[in-house]
Design a binder for this molecule. Structure first.
Ligand SMILES: Nc1ncnc2c1ncn2[C@@H]1O[C@H](COP(=O)(O)OP(=O)(O)OP(=O)(O)O)[C@@H](O)[C@H]1O
Length: 557
C-alpha cells in the first residue's frame, strides 16, 4: 500500500484547486500591514493632540489604511472561503467517483462508516478552517508589522515583545506532537461513536421493543461518547494551558513595559503610552493566531484521514486503472459463460481465511434458467457476486465463450447483468434509463400489483416507502426495464404472497426465458424447481448440479 505523503492545509487547498495565487498571499500581507498602519496613524495623531491636533494628512492616511484594510481583508476572506469550498467539492466528487469504480470487497472492508465520516465530517472540517486560517495569517502579519512599529518607538521594547512571543511559540511547538496524537486518537474514537450511532438508528426497532438490549447499546454509546469527551478534553486542556500562557505573556509584557523598560532605557518614558497601545492592539490578533493552532492540528489529522481513504481506494483501482477507457463491448450474444476453477476466500483483518468458495467449474448457457439452492451461509450470494464479477476471483478464470474476463473487458461483462441482491437499494429515479416511456413503466407497476402504491411521474417514482415485498416488486420493474441479457435474482420471491410468488415463478421467469434471457435465481422454494432447466446446489462453498444424477457430487456443472 502506498503511504500518503503528509500535506498541510495549504498543500491540500493548492493540490485540489491550484487556485492559491500570489494575489491572495499578497493581500493577506497587505491587510495585516494596513491594520498595523491603522495603529501607527492613530498613535501619530494622538501625538499631535498637544500641538493643535491631527492634520489633513493624518486623516488621509487614516482613510487610506482603513480602505486598504477593508478591501484586502474582504478579498482574503471571500477568496479563501471560495477556494476551500472548491477544494472540498473537488475531493468529494473525486472520492465518490473512486468509490463507484472501486471493488465491492474493498468497500465492504473499508466500511460505510469510515466513508461517510471522511466525505461528510472531515471535508466539512477542512472547509470551516480555511477562512480562519487566512484570518490568522493576516493577524500574524499585523503582529510582525506592529513589532516593527514598536521598534521605531523603542528597539528594546520590540526585543522584549518578540522574545515573549517566541517563548509562546516554543511552548506550542514543544507540545505539537502531543496535540496531533491526541487529536488522531479523538478522531478514531469519533469514528467509533459514529458507528455506534449508526447501529442505534439501524437497530431502532429491535432496541425499542427490548429494553435490556436498548440499555446495553446505549451504555456502549455513552461509554464511547465519554471516551471521545475524555480524549478531546485532554487535548483541549493542553491547548488551554498554552492559551493561558500566551495571555499571561502578554500581561507580563505590559508589566515589563511599564515597570522594567523605564529602568533599562532612560529615554523611553514618553513612549510608554504608544507601546502599551500597540500591545493592546495586537491582543486580539494574537488570540486569532493562538486559537488557530488547534484547528491546524485538527485539520492535519483530517487531511491524513482523507489521504488514507483515498490511498486505499487508489490501491484497489490501480489494477484496472490502465483499462479505464477500454471500450464497452456488447457481449449479449454470448453462447456460454464458463467458470474455470474459480476460487474465492474471505479473509479476516489478520489475513486468516474465514470462508472459501470453490474451486468451481460450471457453465451457464445462453437462455438457460438456473436455480441456485443451499443452506444459509453456504455461499450462494458469494457465488452470484463472483458470477456478476462484483468480486474478483483469487484463482481460476471466467470466460465468455472463449474470451477470458480480465480488467480490459470486466465492465463489458458486468454490463450483461441486471441483478437484485437481497440487500438491494431502490433509487427513486430510473437512473441510466432516462428514455423509459412513463406509460411502459406505469403498465409494469400495474402488472406487479403496486400501481395503487406508487406511480412514475416526471422521471420519479412518487413513493418508495413500500413494504418489503412491494419494494422487491418495484425492483423487478426496474430490472425488467434495464433489459439485460442475464438476470440474477437473490431470493426475490421470499417476501411475496403465494399468489405473486406463483406469478413470479410460473409467469415472469418463463417469459424472461422466452424472451431469450439467461436467468439465475437463488431460491428456497422447492415446489417450483421444475421451472428451472437445472438446479445447482451450494454446500459449504462447493457447487454441484443436482439435475445431473449421473454425477451428483461433481462440482463440474
Ligand atoms: N463481506 C463478507 N466478508 C466476510 N465474510 C463474508 C462476507 N459476506 C459473506 N461472508 C461469509 O461467507 C459465507 C457465505 O455467505 P453468503 O452470503 O454467500 O451465503 P448465502 O448462501 O447467500 O446465505 P443466505 O442463504 O443466508 O443468504 C458466510 O459464512 C458469511 O459469513
Amino acid at each position: 500500500m502506498n503511504i500518503p505523503s503528509r500535506i498541510g492545509i495549504l498543500g491540500f487547498l493548492q493540490r485540489e484547486t491550484h487556485a492559491l495565487n500570489k494575489k491572495l498571499f499578497l493581500l493577506t500581507a497587505v491587510s495585516g500591514v494596513a491594520n498595523a498602519m491603522n495603529l501607527a496613524v492613530i498613535n501619530a495623531s494622538v501625538d499631535t493632540l498637544k500641538t493643535g491636533g491631527p492634520s489633513w494628512q493624518h486623516f488621509l492616511w487614516f482613510g487610506l489604511s482603513i480602505a486598504l484594510f477593508v478591501y484586502s481583508l474582504r478579498y482574503v476572506l471571500y477568496e479563501s472561503s471560495r477556494i476551500a469550498e472548491n477544494a472540498i467539492c473537488s475531493v468529494r466528487v473525486r472520492l465518490a467517483d473512486k468509490i463507484r469504480r472501486s471493488d465491492l470487497l474493498a468497500l465492504e472492508t473499508i466500511g460505510g462508516t469510515d466513508i461517510h465520516a471522511r466525505i461528510s465530517r472531515d471535508t466539512a472540517a477542512i472547509a470551516q478552517s480555511a477562512r480562519p486560517l487566512f484570518s490568522a495569517a493576516q493577524s500574524a502579519v499585523m503582529i510582525v508589522f506592529t513589532l516593527g512599529y514598536i521598534a521605531t518607538v523603542s528597539p528594546v521594547a520590540m526585543l522584549l515583545c518578540a522574545g515573549l512571543i517566541a517563548g509562546g511559540a516554543a511552548v506550542y511547538l514543544k507540545d505539537r506532537k502531543g496535540y496531533e496524537e491526541g487529536l488522531k486518537k479523538s478522531s478514531e474514537k469519533e469514528d467509533e461513536l459514529f458507528s455506534s450511532l449508526t447501529g442505534l438508528l439501524a437497530g431502532f426497532k429491535e432496541l425499542r421493543i427490548n429494553q435490556a438490549k436498548s440499555d446495553d447499546v446505549f451504555g456502549d454509546f455513552t461509554e464511547t461518547a465519554g471516551q471521545v469527551r475524555d480524549v478531546r478534553t485532554r487535548v483541549m486542556m493542553l491547548f488551554s494551558n498554552n492559551i493561558v500562557l500566551v495571555e499571561m505573556f502578554l500581561v507580563l509584557l505590559l508589566g515589563a513595559i511599564v515597570f522594567v523598560l523605564p529602568i533599562l532605557s532612560g529615554s523611553f518614558t514618553g513612549s510608554a503610552t504608544k507601546i502599551v497601545a500597540a500591545i493592546l492592539f495586537f491582543f486580539g490578533p494574537l488570540g486569532n493566531v493562538v486559537t488557530m493552532i488547534p484547528v491546524i492540528s485538527q485539520v492535519n489529522v483530517t487531511i491524513g484521514n482523507l489521504q488514507r481513504l483515498e490511498t486505499t481506494l487508489d490501491d484497489t483501482l490501480a489494477k484496472s486503472a490502465s483499462y479505464e477507457d477500454a471500450p464497452i463491448i456488447d457481449m449479449s450474444a454470448f453462447k456460454a459463460i464458463r467458470f474455470d476453477g474459480i476460487g474465492f476466500t474471505y479473509l479476516d483483518p489478520d489475513g486468516n481465511a474465514t470462508f472459501r468458495v470453490g474451486p468451481i467449474d460450471c457453465t451457464v448457457r445462453h437462455g438457460e434458467m438456473l436455480f441456485l439452492v443451499g443452506g444459509n451461509g453456504s455461499g450462494k450470494t458469494t457465488f452470484l457476486k463472483l458470477f456478476t464479477a462484483l468480486y474478483q476471483p483469487q484463482q481460476g478464470a471466467i470466460r465468455v465463450d472463449d474470451e477470458q474476463i480480465g480488467p480490459a473487458n470486466i465492465q463489458s461483462y458486468r454490463n450483461l447483468f441486471s441483478a437484485i441482491f437481497s440487500d438491494f437499494h431502490l433509487f427513486d429515479r430510473l437512473h441510466g434509463l432516462r428514455d423509459a416511456a412513463p406509460e411502459r413503466v406505469n403498465a409494469l407497476l400495474k402488472l406487479m400489483g403496486i400501481s395503487h402504491k406508487t406511480a412514475f411521474v416526471d422521471g420519479y417514482f412518487t413513493n418508495t416507502r413500500l413494504s418489503t415485498g412491494q419494494r422487491k416488486r418495484l425492483a423487478l420493474v426496474v430490472s425488467y426495464l434495464e433489459d439485460k441479457a442475464v438476470y440474477v435474482f437473490d431470493e426475490v420471491a421470499a417476501d411475496q404472497d403465494p399468489h405473486f410468488r406463483r406469478y413470479f415463478y410460473e409467469t415472469m421467469l418463463p417469459e424472461l426465458k422466452k424472451a431469450g434471457k439467461t436467468v439465475v435465481v437463488v431460491t428456497h422454494d422447492d415446489r417450483y424447481h421444475h421451472i428451472a432447466d437445472r438446479v445447482l446446489q451450494m454446500d459449504y462453498g462447493t457447487l454441484r448440479d443436482t439435475s445431473n444424477p449421473a454425477d451428483p457430487n461433481s462440482t463440474n456443472t
